[in-house]
Design a protein around this ligand. Structure first.
Ligand SMILES: [Zn+2]
Length: 329
């Protein structure tokens, strides 16, 4: 009988929706949960401390929305970003920052590309490719361990969120067309009148353009040729059973189809955005969809982050607080 490996090949940390702000606690939009803006910073600090003590992760996937959009009300975006990034100063592991809707409430893409939140340059396998592709998109891939590839998606490529895209850009115009076709509300963040998965057509979600989808296919094709296993990540969930449908990517079917076409090499998709979190095992394709609970809505005394140990036949997720632990074969 085969014995299981004792030690992981490598490990990584995961955390989502910190949404820090020097702001008083407030209820979420649906008035169902409290958001603890200041405490979020201490929860991130606790996570970083935990990873330092564990002393085994190689990198962190910060799944987006690291500061809250309400920072703009106090014109405090840059200070909030500085404060939250300070928590990662001098850490003995790499940090991959993914962009969510709140990044764009605070900053333009141009600003983000020149900020520490743009981690493609220092981390991507093919830096030249990152530079030559769409000048202001943040998707890239990297290989932390031989035989493994991680893909970081830019889920707000086609978006109307905040000041991310210029209103004259083709991506903004395309986003507006997509939204208005389905969502007839004056307030495009409202899903009123929309039913089922159509409720995803709200402004706080986004979509991925054809160029990025093509890049994803090509990246997975190369990974397949090289015999690699792949973990994909993005801010927004892509499987309707892994989240509240109002939080799905607009063209989630396109991404899901690509992941399923490469089900022989894709192990899992990690995201945030839906603060309640979620999990679905796409058993037909053997792909795990993990939606992390958001740090911002963690009740006092708890937290929401984890460490994933990668073994040759499974991913073992050690959750802290609201993030459930699980073994994913
Ligand atoms: Zn979000």
């Amino acid at each position: 009988m085969a014995t299981r490996e004792e030690r992981p090949l490598f490990s990584f940390g995961i955390i989502a929706d910190v949404q820090y702000g020097d702001l008083d606690d407030a209820m979420n939009f649906t008035q169902t949960k409290w958001r603890h803006y200041r405490n979020a910073l201490y929860l991130l600090r606790e996570a970083v401390q935990h990873w330092k003590e564990e002393n085994r992760i190689q990198f962190v996937l910060q799944l987006g929305d690291i500061i809250d959009g309400f920072n703009t009300r106090r014109k405090n975006s840059e200070n909030a970003l500085r404060d939250v990034l300070q928590e990662f100063d001098g850490v003995p592991f790499a940090v991959h920052h993914i962009w969510g809707n709140h990044e764009f409430y605070n900053f333009s893409r141009n600003y983000l590309m020149n900020s520490p939140l743009f981690t493609a340059q220092e981390n991507a396998t093919d830096v030249e490719e990152v530079v030559k592709k769409e000048a202001d998109a943040a998707y890239y891939d990297f290989s932390p361990y031989k035989g493994y590839r991680f893909v970081v998606l830019d889920n707000y490529d086609v978006s109307m969120c905040g000041i991310g895209r210029d209103k004259d850009s083709p991506q903004y115009k395309e986003a507006e067309k997509i939204l208005r076709q389905v969502n007839k509300n004056e307030e495009l963040n409202s899903p009123e009148g929309l039913v089922g998965v159509d409720r995803r057509f709200v402004m706080f979600n986004g979509g991925m353009g054809e160029e990025q989808l093509q890049w994803l296919r090509e990246t997975l094709e190369v990974a397949r040729q090289q015999g690699e296993k792949v973990v994909v990540s993005g801010h927004v969930p892509v499987h309707p059973n892994s989240c509240y449908v109002m939080c799905l990517l607009w063209n989630y079917q396109d991404v899901l189809k690509i992941l399923q076409d490469f089900s022989d090499i894709v192990l899992a998709y990690f995201s945030g955005h839906d603060h309640g979190g979620g999990y679905h095992y796409d058993s037909g394709n053997e792909i795990h969809h993990v939606t992390l609970p958001g740090v911002i809505e963690v009740p006092p005394g708890s937290n929401a982050f984890g460490t994933v140990d990668v073994f040759s036949d499974r991913l073992v997720m050690h959750g802290v607080g609201q993030l459930e632990s699980r073994v994913m074969k």
